[in-house]
Design a protein around this ligand. Structure first.
Ligand SMILES: O=C(O)C1=C[C@@H](OP(=O)(O)O)[C@@H](O)[C@H](O)C1
Ligand SMILES: C=C(OP(=O)(O)O)C(=O)O
Length: 447
């Protein structure tokens, strides 16, 4: 496949993709690529583990390729040639450079690993990445005994001057801007001399399922984690056992596909939807049911697990009043669907998504508004009222989930042109090809 981490299309922002329409109720069964969040945690844990391991059915996308490269640059051996990625830990060392691209997981999860290396590890990323917050992680690492050079004070670019070991201990931070600050310190913390005891002080931490994913995966590696006190997480010092992981399909990236069922009155089944999971995308079951969809786990004979999630769209799509604080990464797709609903919607609790790949509240209000939607932007969310939509250009701000929002509206409205649909490569290889294949003539079965 092409080099996913380097962007081969210097003028890609000017490309406009005519989003295909779903002109009749769509029936499809899909297999989706693996979870970004599970893959990147599995890679980090494998690199600091006590032996080789395999990340099975790893997601191959820009974010995961950048993670694999950053760990390789520091001395781990990551073989990404097959569907199952083989990771052999090595002595962590600098000098090394980490390109974070636009991956929050790389910018936040890798510095605590780099602190264990001997030598300098420098970090930079895409232009917008310099605006995404990371200062709380850097300040916390300093408090744990790590030397960091960040002339920009709390943002990219910065250099972690690894000393080969980290003292660790107790640290207080404000993780209200991103749950990834907490996950970052926990993922490497067992390798610190005193482990790590992270305390949050500030407004509520968003994206709780992602912290649960971190603690569950640490425990699977034999790490002792205490999360029994709210806003406090302790990781005991000790080895990180090498464990193989089988990566689940990315349930947040299922959103646009399930939205197709919801908006067309058809039926979309996602193969191998896990029976239980820490993925935030599992909340789609509740969200889509509240919008009037029928949502059920069904037998899917050709799925690896024999099961899948089927969503059948209603005759009339209902509006949604919902707090997305825990599952903010679903906001773009859910907002797009709300713009197509027959009743008003209010999405709340997501001030933090202003720090995602772009200011998603502003971007959604602007782009949906430009297509005729009645959207009001609030400090922590959006409200929408039903309005007739029309075609036009949907700008994506280098944000994969903005592209998802654009194609959802484009499936229901004539003449929607999605700018830079290839930005979806952040977490989904060939999203546009997959999407067009589903909506093209005679494409009832996919995957
Ligand atoms: O840890 C993770 O894998 C993620 C945590 C969440 O970040 P925030 O807490 O910054 O929303 C989520 O939105 C992001 O897509 C992935
Ligand atoms: C917020 C997201 O990504 P990141 O991991 O870059 O924070 C996202 O994928 O919605």
């Amino acid at each position: 496949m092409p080099d996913a981490a380097a962007d081969p299309r210097p003028d890609h922002r000017s490309e406009h993709w005519a989003a295909p329409r779903a002109t009749s109720p769509l029936t499809a069964t899909v297999s989706l690529p693996g979870s970004k969040s599970l893959t990147n945690r599995a890679l980090v844990l494998a690199a600091v583990a006590d032996g080789p391991s395999v990340v099975r059915r790893a997601l191959r996308s820009r974010d995961t390729t950048l993670m694999a490269r950053s760990l390789s640059a520091m001395g781990a051996h990551v073989d990404t040639s097959g569907e199952d990625w083989q990771v052999t830990p090595g002595e962590l060392r600098g000098p090394a450079h980490v390109d974070c691209g636009l991956a929050g997981t790389v910018m936040r999860f890798v510095p605590p690993v780099a602190a264990l290396a001997t030598g300098d590890v420098s970090f930079d990323g895409d232009p917008h990445m310099r605006n995404r917050p990371v200062g709380e992680v850097l300040t916390a690492l300093r408090g744990l005994g790590v030397d960091i050079d960040d002339a920009a004070r709390g943002a990219l670019p910065f250099t972690v001057r690894g000393g080969g070991s980290v003292r660790g201990g107790t640290v207080v931070l404000d993780a209200s801007a991103s749950s990834q600050f907490v996950s970052a310190l926990l993922l490497a913390g067992a390798r610190y001399d005193e482990g790590v005891d992270v305390r949050h002080d500030g407004k509520p931490v968003p994206s709780q399922p992602h912290i649960d994913m971190t603690t569950a995966m640490l425990r699977a590696h034999g790490v002792e984690v205490d999360d029994s006190t709210p806003n406090r997480w302790s990781v005991a010092p000790g080895p990180v056992r090498a464990v193989d992981h089988l990566i689940e399909p990315d349930l947040s990236n299922a959103a646009p596909f399930l939205a197709l069922a919801a908006l067309s009155g058809g039926s979309v089944t996602v193969r191998d939807w896990p029976a239980s999971t820490t993925q935030a995308g599992d909340a789609l079951r509740e969200i889509l049911a509240l919008m009037g969809c029928e949502v059920e786990m069904v037998d899917v004979p050709d799925a690896s697990s024999g099961r899948g999630l089927r969503v059948t769209g209603p005759e009339r799509l209902q509006g949604l009043d919902y707090d997305l604080h825990d599952v903010g990464e679903l906001a773009p797709a859910v907002t797009a669907l709300c713009a197509l609903a027959e009743g008003p919607s209010h999405l709340r609790g997501i001030a933090h998504i202003r720090h995602h790949e772009t200011d998603r509240l502003a971007a959604l209000a602007t782009e949906l508004g430009a297509l005729g939607a009645e959207v009001v932007e609030h400090p922590d969310g959006l409200s929408l009222r039903p309005a007739p939509l029309h075609g036009g250009v949907f700008h994506t701000y280098a944000d994969h989930r903005m592209a998802h929002a654009g194609v959802i509206v484009g499936a229901a409205v004539d003449g929607v042109l999605v700018e830079d649909v290839a930005t979806t490569s952040k977490t989904f290889p060939d999203f546009a090809g997959f999407w067009a294949g589903l909506l093209g003539p005679g494409a009832d079965e996919r995957g």
